[in-house]
Design a protein around this ligand. Structure first.
Ligand SMILES: Cc1ncc(COP(=O)(O)O)c(C=O)c1O
Length: 397
């Protein structure tokens, strides 16, 4: 089928809720993808922080083949070895004691929010159900997670939103102190706001939230759906802060592109999820857990978070060098391979210009270009990406 016809069918048959780039991608390998006209691109989007090991990593592809030929799906009313091994590995590599598996980031956050409500009611007081989240956050598209998301543009038209949510400015401890009260069941934040513009909080912010939760009894939930799995230069984004959450949500890179979500928590919190209180048909199939195990084992074994920290610094240094001669760039920020370039003008046309020059990048909010390359990106590919960005940004200046 020719590309033009497929594009027409896309316009005709899909619900119109995505703004898509006018290219049709057909193949990927490592940091590179190809479109239907054979054009090659450097993919610094990784499916929005998903394919951390790059496209079609041989270990992941091998795990997919083997798992698909062994046991694709059974219900959670049975035990399966891959799910047990994955839960054990996640616990051994994090603060958590227990893991619940689901299929997406929104669903992982739903699990965390339901857990917080049940925990609040059963362990604290019957009217402790409120969640305090932050402005500019992103937590998903289900009704509860879009309510938690502190951006009206995602909520518009879906009102009435769910009761029991408050929002305060991100990176503002005083505002959070004022918001937390005897109704609060949990604080929900991203360790770095990704979609909202790649905002890295001050060093005392996450420790301050930890202290607030310790004092009030509320749970501290870190949404690590974007910052987790090595993206920020450590396996988990919270490791930069010196404190740990009570609950952490994961998805995106956990199985390198095969859909999965996970909610990790401490024993005390997990205890309210009694048998039958929550569940998911597809959550943690032997198939996806085998792929996630292969992904996590590769990531840890090959020290990919450390690599992202090192090469992320190089990328950021290169961007700052470009910034010094270019007034269009207002700020370069981020950690590891989650980088935001704040511009003095809308980012979307520059994202398009990068694509036309062979580099796929993301936006984050109206005026931020977001880079999220695979953790396996080669130094030469970073040099190439910097050259394209320099050129595109110079023309925008
Ligand atoms: C921090 C964060 N939380 C939650 C989500 C929602 O994840 P999903 O699209 O898998 O539901 C995202 C997706 O971009 C995210 O970045």
């Amino acid at each position: 089928m020719d590309t033009k016809t497929l594009m027409e069918w896309s316009t005709r048959y899909h619900t119109p809720n995505y703004g898509r780039s006018p290219i049709l991608l057909v193949r990927g390998e490592g940091t590179r993808v190809w479109d239907s006209d054979g054009r090659e691109y450097l993919d610094f989007t990784t499916g929005i922080a998903v394919t951390a090991l790059g496209h079609c990593h041989p270990v992941v592809t091998g795990a997919i083949r083997e798992a698909a030929a062994t046991l694709l799906h059974v219900s959670n009313i049975f035990h399966t070895a891959p799910q047990i091994h994955l839960a054990k590995m996640l616990v051994e590599h994090s603060f958590a004691d227990r893991v619940f598996f689901c299929n997406s980031g929104a669903e992982a956050n739903e699990a965390a929010l339901k857990l917080a409500r049940k925990y609040g009611k059963e362990k604290l007081a019957t009217d402790r159900y409120e969640i305090v989240a932050t402005h500019n956050s992103f937590h998903g598209r289900t009704l509860a997670t879009v309510t938690a998301t502190g951006q009206p543009k995602y909520q518009h038209g879906f009102e009435p939103l769910m009761p029991g949510f408050k929002h305060v400015p991100y990176n503002d401890l005083r505002a959070m102190e004022r918001a937390v009260d005897n109704r609060t069941a949990a604080i929900l934040v991203e360790p770095i706001q990704g979609e909202g513009g790649v905002h890295v909080p001050a060093d005392d912010y996450l420790p301050g939230l930890r202290k607030l939760c310790d004092e009030s009894g509320a749970l501290l939930i870190f949404d690590e759906i974007q910052t987790g799995m090595g993206r920020t230069g450590k396996l988990w984004g919270y490791e930069h802060s010196g404190v740990e959450p009570d609950v952490m949500t994961l998805a995106k890179a956990l199985a390198n592109g095969v859909p999965i979500g996970a909610m990790l928590c401490r024993e005390e919190a997990a205890s309210v999820l009694t048998a039958g209180s929550h569940g998911s048909t597809f959550g943690g199939t032997p198939f996806v857990c085998s792929v996630a195990l292969a992904t996590l084992t590769t990531m840890v074994g090959e020290k990919l978070p450390e690599r992202a920290a090192r090469l992320g610094r190089e990328l950021m240094d290169g961007l700052r060098a470009i910034q010094s001669g270019n007034p269009v760039i207002k700020d370069v920020r981020g950690r590891g391979f989650l980088i935001g370039i704040e511009l003095a003008k809308p980012a979307a046309p520059l994202m398009d210009a990068c694509r036309d020059n062979g580099l796929l990048v993301l936006t984050a909010g109206e005026k931020v270009l977001r880079l999220a390359p695979p953790l396996v990106t080669e130094p030469a590919q970073i040099t190439r990406a910097l050259a394209i960005l320099k050129d595109v940004l110079a023309k925008a200046g």
